[in-house]
Write a protein that binds this ligand. Structure first.
Ligand SMILES: Nc1ncnc2c1ncn2[C@@H]1O[C@H](COP(=O)(O)OP(=O)(O)OP(=O)(O)O)[C@@H](O)[C@H]1O
Ligand SMILES: [Mg+2]
Length: 260
């Protein structure tokens, strides 16, 4: 490869994770993770419960620190960043379970990052929040309700509106369709794709929902025992002879993933 081609190749990585280790006490969760995500790519992470998927996302957001390793966002090391808040402002997140603030209305939830992170005036933040609620097809009347007054599907829409409110360059979706019926899951996937396309964002999604995965993934990464066991495209996934991957896709209780 020409040196310039190598340079361009490196530069197109929006996120690069190098040799990440993370333990909680005695418990080793991530054990030498290496992963890169290109600009505008949609990476989907799959893996069993408790394998560290959410922890990995929290590390990339700078919410927790790795024990070892580097996390580069646009080539800049997150752990050594002078202004971590500036790097975080590039990111939006749909937390596992939606996790809206109970005590705030839907409008205040969506406006939160605009007020806190971007110091927008209340008026401006609310104007943008209305726009985003419209983008996820939530009626304006919903904006003054509290999260507990909304159905699960509406809460996910509101959580999506909050995740995209600041027009982030990178968006994390942690199990965006869990608990929704198949039709609503499809609607949320389509909304996610629409919003991501409009923003030109790079995304990392965690899901157990194989239909969702097929709908949104450019690249798939399987995490197991603290390591990335396999990565590839959907096409490569369907033609892979990797036994662990095949077990995960088929949901079989027997195979390498369930051997200790
Ligand atoms: N702050 C923390 N303190 C201690 N242990 C933690 C902490 N956060 C996560 N863990 C542990 O790390 C492991 C991985 O957790 P994580 O939430 O990343 O799993 P996950 O892959 O997202 O699982 P699920 O699919 O069920 O959401 C779990 O054993 C969890 O108990
Ligand atoms: Mg999780």
């Amino acid at each position: 490869m020409e040196p310039t081609a190598i340079k361009e190749n490196l530069e197109s990585n929006k996120i690069e994770i190098k040799n990440i280790f993370k333990s909680f006490g005695e418990k080793k969760v991530l054990n030498d993770i290496n992963l890169s995500v290109k600009k505008n790519e949609s990476l989907v992470i799959i893996g069993g419960s408790g394998t560290g998927k959410s922890v990995l996302i929290k590390l990339i957001m700078g919410l927790i620190n790795p024990d070892q390793g580097e996390i580069l966002i646009d080539g800049e090391d997150l752990c050594k960043a002078k202004d971590i808040n500036m790097m975080r402002r590039k990111m939006g997140m749909l937390f596992q379970g939606g996790a809206l603030f109970d005590s705030m209305t839907i409008l205040e939830n969506v406006a939160f990052g605009l007020r806190q992170g971007q110091n927008k005036s209340k008026k401006e933040a609310h104007e943008i929040a209305y726009e985003k609620l419209n983008a996820v097809e939530l009626d304006e009347r919903v904006s003054h309700l509290y999260p507990s007054e909304l159905s699960g599907g509406m809460q996910k829409r509101a959580a999506l509106a909050r995740a995209i409110a600041t027009n982030p360059e990178i968006i994390f979706f942690d199990e965006p369709t869990t608990g929704l019926d198949p039709i609503l899951s499809g609607t949320i996937n389509n909304l996610m794709k629409k919003c991501v396309r409009e923003l030109g964002a790079t995304t990392i999604t965690i899901t157990h929902d194989m239909k969702s995965l097929r709908n949104i993934a450019d690249t798939v990464a399987l995490i197991h025992q603290g390591q990335i066991l396999w990565t590839g495209s959907i096409h490569e996934m369907d033609n892979s002879s990797n036994e662990a991957l095949k077990q995960f896709i088929s949901g079989s209780p027997n195979g390498p993933l369930t051997q200790n």
